[in-house]
Design a protein around this ligand. Structure first.
Ligand SMILES: *[C@@H]1O[C@H](CO)[C@@H](O)[C@H](O)[C@H]1NC(C)=O
Ligand SMILES: *[C@@H]1O[C@H](CO)[C@@H](O)[C@H](O)[C@H]1NC(C)=O
Ligand SMILES: *[C@@H]1O[C@H](CO)[C@@H](O)[C@H](O)[C@H]1NC(C)=O
Ligand SMILES: *[C@@H]1O[C@H](CO)[C@@H](O)[C@H](O)[C@H]1NC(C)=O
Length: 572
């Protein structure tokens, strides 16, 4: 691709552009200001741009100050990362005179170390945050206005709900007694009306809804399914929750799954079991709702498909406790939860994996990253870090879906995290398989922040990357309406079928599960060319909160699998 930078080629491209411009002027249809429509009707699909680039890693910061057990990206382009409050002194002090009361500190009851931080990944700056109640193994999601809403944890934090608004000086606001019972290793999911359900937790076989700030839930809803699916190793913690396109909640625990109507508290159906092994914490597989392809007609039901990859034999945790590390699972299984009688369809990953993160990429591919090849979640319960990310292309032919990517050099096992950034690179953080901060263990507490650049960031594909004109994109869009996305791209002869416009709900990632992650492929209506190299694509916003809960989404334009950078758009 070196050749594209030679002056001769530039001249040739310019000549070609001028020629096309000329012929366009000669054909009024193309530049008619009243009808600038270039390409309506059935979309022609050209193949994705191919690349042999397998990604690169960059160490972006030696210390995040706090090890990132939990990680989110806010609409202000900041990462919020936090740990438990009881893992010991962190590497980031709280501002002088601003210590937190700490009942476990025998000296004077104070803890002067941050256990949460805001990382500005654009300016590379770290700001300590002060969290009072213990966030150990908690859960979270973003409210419709972009506030991080975060629930449960350990000890005094187990019934807490915490709020973090996204402003330069904002800090946590906490309500320690909001939940009815302890929610430690529970999962939180946003619902179509913007409320949150919290399901499960250690020895809690029930669910509840996050109350209004300052209110406390007097009771909850029992869910015997969580008793039925627990075992000696408690392999059903952090259940996988996915909001289906019919407003019902898919709940996967251990090796079984149900569809719950959270409005009527009825279990509508149980799906076939996923045999051979366990898939939730500590057998930590990873799971995602695959990208949803929306249609302009709002009446046809939108198919929803769940994927679960990896995990461990249900005895793996008990064996790891005896220092016997058995290989993790290699299977990936998909289930269309909107079909009347769906079956699991299983494929085999190139390598076994437990504790991985599964991220939906802006171009609707899937990234499987972090984790180990042997053992399970738990302190010292895994070995053989799996350093090699995997690309999974859900819509490719069956035997062409997996691609092994460039390995990192930093093990990211228990308590590691990752996130899709607006520039489409991946922030990778954390890993602490020790019960305190430990710098001498075989797998020490990890503070280094890396970025991974997936194959679509191949420098040779840069020429095809669309650039959204941010000032011309609406800051908010209403359900079911049409809106326009203006972007620049140097590809000549772009057609509607070359494009995808996607919207990504940024997840809350912890313990190998990215809660509330959702990628919508919008229905594209028409493409027009208002100026040289500048295009406008008209799209239809998601039909309702059932398909896409209210909130801030990253909007991307994807040209034959090469995504633009994302722009934040509020859906309401
Ligand atoms: C991290 O630390 C190493 C060793 O001190 C140094 O060479 C490197 O430049 C640092 N990297 C960053 C991104 O700060
Ligand atoms: C206990 O409190 C003292 C005084 O604020 C502080 O210097 C020390 O670091 C704290 N210990 C721990 C383990 O946080
Ligand atoms: C589900 O897992 C449990 C143990 O975790 C096991 O006893 C049971 O046989 C499994 N069920 C199926 C259908 O594989
Ligand atoms: C760190 O981990 C090692 C190995 O598990 C252990 O021997 C050591 O005591 C730990 N150090 C601290 C400070 O906890």
């Amino acid at each position: 691709m070196e050749a594209t930078t030679t002056p001769l080629l530039h001249v040739l491209v310019l000549v070609l552009v001028l020629f096309l411009f000329d012929s366009a002027v000669a054909q009024p249809f193309l530049f008619d200001p009243i009808n600038p429509l270039l390409n309506a009707g059935p979309a022609q699909k050209k193949p994705s741009y191919e690349t042999s680039f397998t990604g690169i890693w960059e160490l972006v910061r030696n210390s995040s100050g706090v090890s990132a057990m939990h990680l989110v990206i806010t609409k202000e382009n900041k990462a919020i990362l936090f740990d438990a409050t009881n893992s010991g002194t962190s590497l980031l002090p709280l501002p002088a005179g601003n210590c937190r009361p700490d009942p476990t500190n025998k000296t004077n009851g104070e803890d002067c170390w941050a256990h949460a931080a805001e990382y500005d990944f654009v300016a590379d700056q770290l700001r300590p945050l002060k969290v009072l109640t213990n966030t150990w193994c908690s859960s979270g999601g973003f409210a419709a206005d972009g506030t991080l809403v975060q629930s449960g944890g350990f000890h005094e934090g187990a019934t807490a709900v915490r709020y973090l608004k996204t402003c330069p000086t904002c800090d946590w606001i906490e309500y320690p007694t909001a939940l009815s019972v302890n929610r430690w290793y529970a999962t939180q999911q946003i619902l179509p009306d913007g409320s949150f359900i919290v399901v499960g937790g250690r020895r809690e076989f029930s669910y509840e809804f996050i109350p209004a700030p300052g209110q406390s839930n007097p009771s909850n809803y029992k869910l015997p399914f969580l008793i039925e699916t627990t075992d000696d190793e408690e392999n059903n913690l952090y259940p996988f929750l996915h909001l289906s396109t019919d407003g019902n909640l898919f709940i996967f625990a251990n090796n079984r799954s149900i569809l719950l109507d959270p409005r009527t508290h009825t279990i509508l159906r149980e799906f076939p079991p996923l045999k051979d092994g366990s898939h939730n914490y500590p057998a930590s597989a990873s799971s995602a709702l695959l990208p949803l392809r929306l249609r302009s007609s709002t009446t046809a039901p939108i198919p929803a498909e769940v994927i679960i990859c990896g995990g461990a034999s249900h005895k793996s945790a008990a064996l790891a406790a005896e220092k016997v590390f058995i290989p993790a699972l290699r299977r990936c299984s998909r289930l269309t939860i909107t079909k009347p009688n769906p079956r699991w369809h299983t494929e085999v990953m190139p390598t076994p994996r437990v504790m991985a993160d599964m991220l939906l990429l802006p171009n609707a591919d899937v990234l499987i990253i972090n984790g180990a090849s042997k053992g399970t979640s738990g302190w010292g319960w895994a070995e053989s870090p799996n350093l090699e990310p995997l690309l999974y292309r859900p819509s490719s032919r069956r035997n062409e879906r997996f691609k092994k990517l460039t390995p990192t050099t930093i093990p990211r096992m228990y308590h590691s995290t990752s996130a899709v950034l607006p520039d489409t690179s991946i922030l990778v953080a954390g890993s602490n398989p020790n019960n305190r901060y430990n710098y001498t263990a075989q797998y020490p507490t990890e503070f280094r922040l890396e970025k991974f650049y997936p194959p679509y960031l191949d420098p040779a594909l840069a020429v095809h990357r669309p650039r959204i004109v941010k000032e011309l994109v609406p800051s908010s869009v209403t359900y079911g309406t049409s809106f326009q996305v203006v972007f620049d791209v140097s590809d000549l002869g772009l057609e509607l079928g070359d494009l995808k416009v996607t919207m990504y709900a940024p997840p809350f990632t912890t313990h190998g599960f990215s809660m509330n992650q959702r990628l919508l492929i919008l229905s594209t209506v028409e493409l027009s060319l208002p100026g040289l190299g500048r295009w406008t694509v008209a799209v239809t916003a998601p039909p309702s909160g059932v398909v896409a809960p209210p909130g801030y989404y990253l909007l991307f334009v994807v040209n034959r699998a090469v995504p633009s950078e994302g722009v934040w758009v509020q859906l309401l």
